[in-house]
Design a protein around this ligand. Sequence first.
Ligand SMILES: NC(=O)c1ccc[n+]([C@@H]2O[C@H](COP(=O)([O-])OP(=O)(O)OC[C@H]3O[C@@H](n4cnc5c(N)ncnc54)[C@H](OP(=O)(O)O)[C@@H]3O)[C@@H](O)[C@H]2O)c1
Length: 256
Amino acid sequence: MDFGLKGKRALVLGASRGLGAASVILLAEEGADVIAASRSGALPAGLPDSLKDRVSVIKLDLSDAGSVSDVIAFLGETPVDILVNNCGGPAAGPAKGQSVEAWIAAFNAMATPIFAITDKALEAMTDKGWGRVVTIGSSGIVSPIPNLALSNGVRGAIAGWSKTLASEVAASGITVNMVLPGRIATDRLAELDAGKAKKSGQSVEEVKAASRATIPAARYGKPEEFGAVVTFLCSEQASFITGSMIRVDGGMIKGM
Ligand SMILES: NC(=O)c1ccc[n+]([C@@H]2O[C@H](COP(=O)([O-])OP(=O)(O)OC[C@H]3O[C@@H](n4cnc5c(N)ncnc54)[C@H](OP(=O)(O)O)[C@@H]3O)[C@@H](O)[C@H]2O)c1
């Protein structure tokens, strides 16, 4: 199937590794020219040599207002057809006792920069009458994850923004969707599992086995399985899907 992405320009945030990197690779495989943004400005991990001429990099620190302004200025000169919003995950911790400063910092690193970058990208998409905005969220939006209060809370706000925006731009040929990872085997998940093991005194393998036991598919997802869904939502074929949240979780989320 031709996804109609040849010649489209995409910007993927948080793209040096993990889910962002996988999204870059799958979009580039479908013929899109992809700009990969991250703090390091590194090429996406695992990018095959054959796709390197289709991928460029820029530096972006979503928690730094100046860096976000630079990327907004960049979008003024280099408009994109596709925007994949992604960010680093905030620190783990409970809701009770979480400081106001921590909430503000998480909101300013995850939510407001994405809102501002998307607003800029929408200008060119609206002019063209075609655009795709896909925001990477978390299963915690549907089923809050214990001890990840900042992530659950801020991503809930991002979900409300994405759904509201979808209705505002749908008639301009722009779709706005979210993809919710359950447990996808990235470096971040490996770090979280290692942290849990240290805290609980279990081995990392015991932590992983307990985690896998909560997933009907009985395994972690692969980053490329996630990137494929992001890429489909960016395709021509997905033109009537908007305001949706698609789960990529092997059936982990219990609610309907
Ligand atoms: N993997 C999962 O199963 C899972 C499940 C639920 C939710 N999520 C969420 O999905 C997102 C991606 O997950 P992941 O597993 O791919 O994480 P990851 O492996 O830690 O990758 C995060 C990416 O974001 C970049 N990044 C981090 N902080 C940034 C910042 N301040 N500004 C710009 N870029 C930044 C990192 O690159 P640099 O260090 O070079 O900036 C990296 O490329 C995270 O928000 C995570 O919490 C993941």
